[in-house]
Structure formats: C-alpha cells, structure tokens
Design a protein around this ligand. Structure first.
Ligand code: BG6
Ligand code: MG
Length: 222
C-alpha cells in the first residue's frame, strides 16, 4: 500500500453536523433580519466560524465592528453547542468505524483534520476521542482551509510524509486544502460538485481497501 495515513475531516465526513450549523446560523440571521438559505449554508462548509460569519454579513449587506462580530459568533456557537451536545455514537455516519478498523488492521495511521474548534466536544459525544492517532483542529491551527495547514499538521503529528496521506473531505475548501498539501483527496458527497477531488464516494460506507489501492494505481503511486 502506498498510503501510510488517512486524514478525515469531521463535519460532513464522520458526522452530519452541517444541519446543526445551519439551524444555529439561521437563528442568528433571523434575529439580524438577514435572509439566509440552505443554499447559502453550502458556502460555509469547511469554512472557519469567523469566516462563516463574514460570508453571512456579506449576504445581508451588514457591516459590524470586531467586538460585535465576536459577540455574534459566540451566540451562534452557544446554540450550536446546545445541539451537538445531544449527539450520541448513533450519529456517526455509516461505514466510518468499519473503514477505520480496516485501515488500522493494515497499519495505516488515522488522523482527524477539522476546522472546528468544537472537535473535542463532538468526538467525546460520539465516543470517538480515542479513535484517532492524532487530531488537528481549529484549536491547534490558525490558518483556515483552503490553506493546507490543518492537514500538514495532522501528517506531522502521525509522522507520515504529506505525499503518502489521503484526505477524506466533503467541502470544496477542504478539497482545495488537501490538494494544496500535496495529498490524495477523496471527496465525500456529490461528484458533480466535488470535481477537483481525485475520486468521489457518497459516504465512507462506499470505501474499502480495494478502492484505495485502485486509486493509488490510477494516480501512478505503487
Ligand atoms: C467546519 C464546518 O468543519 O468547521 C464549518 O464545516 C464550520 O461549517 C467550521 O464553520 C468551524 O466550526 P466551529 O465548530 O469551530 O464553529
Ligand atoms: Mg466538512
């Protein structure tokens, strides 16, 4: 196997938290009289909390100072935490644990690479705090995707060169980040949207070692 480490995004790959981000942002935008749709929410996937707020304010044509922005982001996060605090191991997306198990049995390192500062809370709620060899998240890195920092940091933490890491991502910004890191990237979601990924599957339940090996072969890594 060419692949030595697999790095998983959290939101949209391991758990479906986009719906909770949406409800929390929606609550805030309703208060601010900003029209915010599910389609707009797509633009926030993989994007950091403050960058998400900037996009929302741009949609609503509102200009606020930094302390007002910090306050709004904190309110949104308080609501978001209320929702994710109710999550349980049943919220782990299908195929995740099975695929991770296969990788571990084949001595491939497992890391998490997420923009979320709520990563520890979510991993705790779903009972996966010991599932990864390393966790790089919004608390450990400062540059948001599409900057490759979070994936490079995850690779460093598991001590595997970036060129032998495979990233699983559901967001356009995340796919760009993985490619910027020089990693193989497998998109999770719609192949018509995630066009830049090296391969796209609907969910981790569609992944297995054969598919990974076939992809390595197709890309000329053996
Ligand atoms: C990403 C999500 O994983 O984390 C984004 O896709 C979110 O939608 C970002 O804004 C930051 O999350 P948090 O939990 O730190 O607000
Ligand atoms: Mg994501």
């Amino acid at each position: 196997m060419w692949t030595r480490a697999c790095i998983f995004d959290l939101d949209g790959v391991v758990v479906d938290t986009a719906k909770y981000h949406y409800i929390a942002w929606k609550r805030l935008t309703d208060d601010l009289d900003i029209l915010f749709t599910e389609k707009d929410n797509e633009r926030l996937k993989g994007v950091s909390r403050m960058d998400s707020l900037e996009i929302i304010l741009e949609i609503g044509g509102k200009q606020l100072n930094i302390s007002e922005k910090m306050e709004l982001a904190a309110i949104k996060n308080k609501w978001y935490i209320e929702y994710v605090s109710r999550m349980t191991p049943r919220d782990i997306l299908p195929g995740t644990l099975e695929f991770i198990d296969v990788l571990k049995k084949n001595r491939i390192k497992i890391a998490l690479g997420s923009a979320s500062r709520n990563t520890p809370l979510i991993l705790n709620r779903i009972g996966m705090n010991n599932a990864f060899d390393a966790v790089a998240d919004g608390n450990t890195v400062s540059k948001a995707k599409p900057d490759p920092e979070v994936f490079i940091e995850a690779a460093r933490m598991v001590d595997i060169e970036t060129g032998r890491c495979v990233v699983f991502e559901d967001a356009l910004a995340g796919i760009e980040a993985a490619l910027n890191a020089g990693m193989i990237c497998i998109g999770i979601g719609d192949k018509n949207i995630l066009k830049d990924a090296h391969m796209v599957v609907k969910g981790l339940y569609e992944m297995d070692l054969n598919k990974l090996t076939a992809l390595e072969k197709r890309l000329g890594y053996e």
